[in-house]
Design a protein around this ligand. Structure first.
Ligand code: HEM
Ligand code: HEM
Length: 307
């Protein structure tokens, strides 16, 4: 084959969606090499369109493939630099999430007397708040984000899992916030006086907006390819970081209240609450880390057009 024929062959091969170019070798990925890898699809497509003058329909299809490959390569370019597969990280992440939930349950039931929706002891109503927030927005929200990275399923199925998990997370988050308000209202405490509560209201509103945006743009009626860009990932991660940060603030606030009403600063409960907050924070950090640097399972279908 002559040198002139080589790019053409690459273009034809690239039309198979699952046939993405191999990721660059981990150690060899230098800053000078990166642009060449990323720009390649555009160059190849340009040559092809000059030679064959494709129909408009073919052209938009090829453009979508080129966009798709570019996005995949951008992601892969970051990943081999660190060389991280999502599987071991995801395993640690699940374990941390379950540990955070167990710790919140142990604290609420063993140290704080358990849960109740209606009770004369109003603190039992409040106990639902940390548990529902950690279970909903933190744990299920994190699992929803990472579901794209470890589930060996078709993209449209993963999209449904992502959507449903976020919907459950949002519903639990709303009920969880309601329990904090219920506790305040039934004990005559003012609402929304703390930084935690202000950020909390902001976070739940952003989470709701993000869900509606995701639903409209990716599920029904679906937005244009321009709208279906990386904005979902970036804004979604931003909201999730606020969720985890605010949960940590909640633990700090509650422990400070408890300590000022007699709980020992170096006692077992104080240690448990701090440790629970730490595990929650590290879980959140793993979610973000996996989403940003790791590589998910190889899929048959990488296409935005199919989602
Ligand atoms: C991201 C998850 C969380 C969100 C969005 C959130 C949101 C809120 C909101 C909006 C309030 C105000 C209720 C009112 O003014 O009546 C509140 C209260 C409270 N939350 Fe959270 N919360 C979260 C997690 C937690 C966690 C894990 C704890 C740990 C114990 C906690 C502890 C508290 C406490 C002590 C209050 C009452 C004092 C206050 O209003 O600041 N929160 N939370
Ligand atoms: C509050 C709710 C939501 C949050 C916080 C959120 C967050 C995220 C994040 C962080 C990612 C990047 C995941 C990764 O690649 O590692 C992502 C991807 C994605 N989300 Fe959401 N999301 C939400 C709701 C939705 C909804 C309702 C849909 C509708 C189907 C949706 C569709 C998608 C799609 C299709 C992707 C994959 C984009 C790609 O190809 O990489 N999201 N989301």
């Amino acid at each position: 084959m002559t040198e002139a024929e080589e790019p053409k062959k690459q273009v034809l091969e690239s039309e198979k969606p699952s046939d993405l170019p191999p990721a660059p070798a981990t150690a060899a990925t230098s800053s000078e090499e990166k642009p060449a890898v990323v720009e390649a699809p555009k160059e190849e497509y340009k040559e092809k369109s000059e030679e064959k003058a494709p129909e408009p329909e073919d052209e938009s299809k090829a453009l979508a493939i080129a966009e798709k490959r570019e996005k995949e390569q951008r992601r892969k370019r970051a990943m081999p630099a660190i060389g991280v597969s999502s599987t071991p990280l995801t395993f640690v992440m699940h374990a941390l999430g379950v540990a955070a939930l167990v710790l919140v349950l142990v604290w609420s039931i063993y140290f704080r007397g358990g849960f109740a929706w209606e009770a004369t002891d109003k603190s039992l109503i409040f106990n639902l708040h940390p548990f529902l927030m950690v279970l909903g927005l933190v744990f299920l929200g994190g699992e929803a984000i990472i579901s794209y990275r470890y589930l060996p399923l078709r993209k449209d199925v993963k999209k449904l899992v992502h959507l449903v998990l976020h919907a459950i997370a949002l519903a639990l988050g709303i009920i969880g916030i309601y329990t904090a308000f219920k506790n305040h209202n039934e004990t005559g405490v003012a609402n929304l006086y703390s930084l935690h509560s202000w950020i909390g209201i902001g976070v739940i509103c952003l989470y709701g907006i993000q869900w509606i945006y995701g639903f409209l743009v990716f599920f029904y009626p679906k937005g244009s390819p321009g709208l279906r860009s990386d904005s979902m990932e970036h804004f979604g991660l931003f909201v999730y970081i606020l969720v985890v940060g605010n949960a940590t603030l909640g633990f700090l606030e509650k422990l400070t209240f408890l300590e000022s009403s007699g709980v020992e600063k170096f006692g077992s409960e104080a240690f448990l609450v701090n440790f629970t907050a730490l595990v929650t924070l590290v879980f959140g950090a793993f979610v973000i880390l996996i989403s940003v640097i790791s590589q998910g399972p190889v899929e048959e279908d990488h296409s935005y057009s199919d989602i």
